[in-house]
Design a binder for this molecule. Sequence first.
Ligand SMILES: Nc1ncnc2c1ncn2[C@@H]1O[C@H](COP(=O)(O)OP(=O)(O)OP(=O)(O)O)[C@@H](O)[C@H]1O
Ligand SMILES: [Mg+2]
Length: 1033
Amino acid sequence: RLDMEGALTARDRVGIQDFVLLDETTEVAVISNLKKRFSKDLIYTYIGTLIVSVNPYKDLDIYSKKQMDVYMGVNFFELPPHIYALADNAYHTMLTEFNNHFILISGESGAGKTEASKKILQYYAVSCPSTTLMNTVRDKMLMSNPVLEAFGNAKTLKNDNSSRFGKYMDIQFDSQGDAVGGHILNYLLEKSRVVHQNHGERNFHVFYQLVEGGSDDLLTQLGLERDVQHYYYLTQGECAIVSSINDKNDWKSVKNALQVIEFDETNTNHLFRVVASVLHLGNVHFDPDSKGHALLKNNTELNWVSDLLGVDANSLKEGLTFRKIEAKTEQVLSPFTIDHAIYVRDALAKAIYGQTFTWLVNRINESMENKCQFWSYKDSSRKTVIGLLDIYGFEVFYVNSFEQFCINYCNEKLQQLFIQLTLKAEQEEYEAEGIEWEPVQFFNNKIICDLVEEKHRGIISILDEECLRPGDATDLTFLERLEEKMGNHPHFVTHKLADKMTRKTLERGDFRLLHYAGEVTYCVVGKLDKNNDLLYRNITNLVCQSKNTIVRECFSAVDTTNKRRPETVATQFKNSLQKLTEMLMAKEAWYIRCLKSNESKQPGQFDEALIRHQVKYLGLMEHLRVRRAGFAYRRKYEDFLKRYKPLCPATWPHWRGIPADGVELLVQHLGYLPDEYKMGRTKIFIRHPRTLYATEDAYEKCKHDLASKLQAKYKGYKVKGEFKKQKEAATKIETCWRGAQARKEKENLNCILFTCFRFIKAYINRGEAKSTDNSEYLAFVRQSYLNRLKNNLPKTVLDKTTWLTPPAVLTEASEILRKLHYRLMVRKYVRGIPPQKKAQLQMKVVTSAIFKGKKESYPPSIAQPFLDTRISEQEINIRVLSMIRNEQIKYSVPVIKYDRNGFKPRPRQLILTKTAAHLVEEAKIKRRVSYSSLKGISVSNLSDGIIVIHITCEDPKQKGDLIIQCDHLYEFLTKLSIIANKQDAIKVVQGSIKLEIQSGKESAVDFTTGQEAMVYKAKNGHLMVVATRTKTR
Ligand SMILES: Nc1ncnc2c1ncn2[C@@H]1O[C@H](COP(=O)(O)OP(=O)(O)OP(=O)(O)O)[C@@H](O)[C@H]1O
Ligand SMILES: [Mg+2]
């Protein structure tokens, strides 16, 4: 736990926070450091985990709740030294290690021990977890203080609130750290104060509080006057009223505290009666009778005492003025001298008060007792304690009596305890770390303890012997016995034993002890009495029957039947100290050493001489030496490395190996000499603080360099970090986006698959009637077919092949559509035809009606457009024209006319007018055939151009039928049929056409096919026409 970082860092600020790190362990250096810090109101300084506290005599703002919070759970050395750090560390160590602790607070009267213990209690009251139950325990612990202070504290020259008893208080914690109970042990109440106070001092506070603060009723009940000056026991110091003390207010606090610690009315009442009885007892005065024996001055006070204590007044009177001597068969009363009576009176007062104080402590203990065993969920056995020992420090007065002897003996014992615990701890640590133990130069005060307490040989034994010895034992015979027995002891000296020089400083009735802290001279006067502390038996018997329950309880514990003398005060004290040390030995120790800064209780005054005296008598230098035994500083390898690794390139920034190796490397790099340090199992031990300081200085310097490096690194790191963050964010977004995409794709795919399945199913069912399974598919098929159809419609009316094959469902519709489309195309086509073409087509329709499928050369002729005429009017002879002018020429075409006899071909013009066809040769109209005489027209079914025009022939002279050949057969015949309105007259004939050459004279034209087209007169007299075969398409 020796973490000294805080101390190191702060060392240059105001002195050194930890004396262990002082380079020189001299008293001068220690005091100068204390002074430096005190001047800046830094009243706490460490020696390791020990706290040295200097009483500032002024309120410092360092005990607030905020301050408590600062120290809660923080490592001991991380913050400036404070009593809270110690309290907190003890508490947390107790919790984690589950062991018991004690905090020893020592120092001179007025140095601040009681204040320190209260601050620790307050710290625990605030910082420990609490429940309602715990709160009452806590309140009781806190409230025990005002009660005990009222009964056990007094104004002295040194301290207005001086504790006149030693106090050890256990605070019990359960395993969760809740305060569950408390227990107080009290030591050596300064009872003599009840009956006597030095000048400038007072009796215990409670007397003044009662007289000043008690209600009128209460005072009347107790027979008291509201005037402290009225009471002998309150006025010897002549300072009953002190400005710094408000007895009235304190009385209220005490009454309130008594309620908190559950004092019932009877107990409270009896307690006040005891207090009052002591005051009355003090006012019992004696007058000498004629023989010089003590006589009571008046009975009033005695009656009050008997009333308050509930004892018989006469017996009390007897007890105060006579001694009962028990002879063999009878009791003899021996009267007291006045001095003796006063001694007995005072002894009674001291005894009652002293016993009541012990009773009070017991009652408080009962009230603070750990009640948790009644709570089923808590295991009362699992508790740990922190003990607070607020005990007198070394007292060195001008005259030192029995009390100082006891107190200083107690300090010797505590020093011995410290040595044993500290050395033991140190030795154990060395052993655990495998480091050879080096003997430490310090003074072991065991020799003085033995001098005081050794059985049969020690001062206490000799004192007891003298007390018990029959015969006239006096203080001086005791001194002689001491001289006899201790003659050669190096720590004991008397006037008789001393050398010349020393003798001058010693009175005859003195003995001097060389305590570990320094020498103290004790006066033997009164020692025997004080050690005996006797109360005569008749008095004891009397108070045993007291009607005051407190008094009765207190004294019935004292075994009055036992003839053996009770243990002397010194032996009792020795035994209780023995028990205390045994108890403390089993606990882990923490120390607070309180120093007073000046005798006049003034803030800001640092009395160096006084401080030096205390440093000496508190054994601070001894403590420091033991603490620094061998090595001033030790630290776990990990921690040492963590702090100093920047100092060595091999360990910076990271040491990956075993920490001990890293530390070895580090210290070698730093140039530590082999004698300056030792490597333990887990810790490095450094002998001198200066070695550490050099390291620390190097570290400080290096820190600055490192800071700038780190800053740069950090900036880079930050930027990098941001970039990384952005990158991560981008990746995240990307991932999310990809995820979303993938999900979408998957959805699509699912959708596709689903659709596919549906389509497949629908496809399978496509032939079925429309159902939920196939309706959609069918709709799709329909739409898709129609869409495709739209783009693949036939472009021309003639295109009969282009038409998409419809799906089954659309067969009917497709057919309708197809027809509609064709009609539409036809309509469009028809609408688009120009008038001439229309006329032409109309003619072609006529042609078609006549010839289609009948004549071989018809199909190829279809494509041949019809012309208006084949011979223009200019080509017709003007005479002919003039002849037929009034008939209107409709169409003219060159033809070959075959003679009826001989079938000679003759080229002619055939001119169609409105009424007749004219066969013209040059200027002659060779023949005129009026349409009315047109009997019929015959053509062959072959591809020849022969036309036979049948003409009605009534007159035999009249020419017969006309045979012509025309290259534009279809055009000519169509025009003719239209003009002459003779469509039905045209016949397509197979084989041969009969004709009338003359009326009654017939012939024929025979048709045949052959290689070459020919027309000739056949042997049978017929006209033979050979046509070539037209290739059929
Ligand atoms: N930390 C402190 N801050 C301010 N004043 C203090 C402090 N400690 C002590 N004092 C002052 O010193 C006085 C004496 O302190 P305290 O009663 O604690 O001394 P003590 O060591 O218990 O003495 P004794 O041995 O006589 O009981 C207190 O009443 C208070 O005025
Ligand atoms: Mg005190």
